[in-house]
Design a protein around this ligand. Structure first.
Ligand code: ATP
Ligand code: MG
Length: 466
């Protein structure tokens, strides 16, 4: 990067960052950048919010406060307006704001990241609009605007964390189900990642309507992404519906948000779960006689482990602070998404902290299995909560309850002997493989893709409209 104080972010293309810091390259001058800048709709932000193409794409009006925010951002990030025109704000997470933007210099760069372009021959193109291209005398032609997503990472994020996200995205390029990093820029303390824009639908709008073939298509896409990420030795750590942008109408999904991702083995230390069952017996922690309440003077050393992730999606080994977490934590989180879809309840787990989360998991899986799970990581699980039974409940029962198909459901007509149909029963078998409490026994992404449920023929998705 051009400026000295951000050298650790320097991995996505020097020449581009220099452009953003104000110096124009020869290439830009020769390519008619001035024309593009002077063009009416290539100015900034909100004034164009009501233009035809935006109204058809984003029917919502832009909130004046958001317009102002976008305008401020585009003006203060030096060089930004030459390259991008912010269209709308599309996401606000814990660590970033994400905007949809028109890529004004699309034609000047290699766009091998553009899946839509690659598939253009197969899919019908949307209406184009007239605009100035800056390519000589006859420079008015029909051009379809190209959109990107600009992820503006909050300045409160540490440089190493930002670098980690960009590096991992960069390393993961090459899989259609994982978001590729187009480029990244820094200006002063502000870093933006530029990603392809993926049209998608809010999970809450469709998850109750998904049929079994749709569910298969969703998870095929998600597990393909996970297989790619895991094959690269990377744990995503934050698998949840808002990080998997899925367009249910066309069966296309893309995994995003590597803000919490890490390379497997980073900071790993010995954990008892690395031993086989027989070995583990010899390494058992000193017997603790369970007693009610907390010891007044805790003598055991506190345990530190990465617990990054989202409440309700954390695997049991994360809750038990396993110090040797693996890619299997992502498989558990994918299982939580599947349980959400099958139960038609979102969020399915709604704990306020990790202890609550353990109680929720223990209620389903039972005290016995939870104790075994705790012991796997050198912990002890004890509970006197009456709703946590010794054996818990089957996943089939949970889904039947959640969808009001048993006597304890709301309808009087329901019967206790209600059963899932054959397809649903197969999905439950698949879910059991994602919900193995022992990560070593839990399915890997590759194994999941070979499971009878996902290996069945694809649902014929319609061709996407752009
Ligand atoms: N490439 C993209 N195309 C379209 N929308 C996107 C894209 N990337 C992100 N978004 C939208 O922005 C939201 C936030 O993005 P992201 O998850 O990367 O940020 P975050 O700050 O880490 O969020 P969180 O803390 O909620 O996980 C996403 O849930 C999605 O709605
Ligand atoms: Mg996110």
């Amino acid at each position: 990067m051009a400026e000295g104080d951000g050298a650790e972010l320097d991995m996505t293309g020097d020449e581009i960052d220099e452009d953003m810091t104000g110096e124009e390259s020869d290439e830009e001058e020769a390519s008619g950048q001035e024309d593009i800048e002077g063009e009416e709709d290539a100015q900034s932000v909100s004034s164009n919010a009501s233009s035809e193409e935006e109204n058809s794409d984003d029917p919502d009006r832009i909130d004046p406060a958001i317009s102002e925010e976008m305008e401020r951002f585009a003006h203060t990030f030096k060089g930004f307006e030459k390259r991008y025109r912010l269209v709308n704000k599309i996401g606000e997470g814990t660590f970033s704001s994400v905007y949809k933007a028109e890529d004004l210099l699309y034609d000047h760069y290699d766009n091998s990241w553009d899946i839509d372009y690659k598939d253009e021959a197969r899919w019908a193109a949307p209406p184009s609009k007239r605009r100035r291209t800056g390519r000589g005398n006859n420079d008015i032609e029909l051009v379809r605007p190209k959109y990107v997503a600009i992820k503006k990472i909050y300045v409160t994020s540490s440089p190493s964390r930002i670098q980690n996200e960009l590096e991992l995205l960069h390393d993961l390029s090459g899989c259609d189900s994982v978001v590729p990093l187009i480029t990244a820029f820094r200006y002063q303390d502000q870093v933006v990642a530029v990603l392809p824009y993926f049209k998608h639908v809010d999970f809450r709008e469709y998850f109750r309507e998904l049929t079994i073939p749709h569910i298969r298509s969703y998870f095929k896409s998600l597990f393909r992404a996970l297989a790619h990420v895991h094959a690269n030795g990377i744990i995503h750590r934050d698998i949840k519906p808002t990080n998997f942008l899925y367009d249910y109408r066309y069966g296309r999904g893309v995994l995003v948000d590597f803000g919490l991702a890490e390379r497997e083995g980073t900071d790993s230390q010995y954990c008892m779960c690395q031993h086989s069952t027989t070995d583990r017996k010899d390494h058992r922690p000193p017997t603790i006689t369970p007693s009610i309440g907390y010891p007044k003077h805790e003598t055991r050393p506190s345990r530190r482990a990465n617990r990054a992730g989202t409440r309700g999606f954390r695997a049991p080994e994360v809750l038990f602070k396993c110090t040797n977490q693996t890619t299997k934590i992502d498989i558990w989180s994918a299982g939580v998404i599947l349980l959400t879809i099958l139960s038609r309840r979102f969020p399915f787990f709604n704990s306020s902290d990790d202890v609550d989360a353990m109680i929720e998991i223990a209620t389903i899986f039972g005290k016995q299995r939870m104790k075994q799970c705790a012991a796997l990581h050198g912990c002890v699980f004890e509970s006197t909560i009456p709703t946590i039974g010794e054996r818990g409940f089957t996943l089939e029962k949970i889904v039947l309850w959640a969808t009001n198909r048993t006597a304890t459901g709301s309808s009087k007509d329901n019967r206790d002997d209600a059963k899932l149909d054959r397809d649903e029963a197969l999905v439950i078998k698949f879910l059991q493989r994602c919900f193995e409490l022992d990560p070593a026994k839990r399915s890997s992404a590759v194994e999941a893709l070979q499971h009878e449920f996902l290996a069945s023929p694809d649902w014929e998705s319609p061709e996407p409209e752009h």
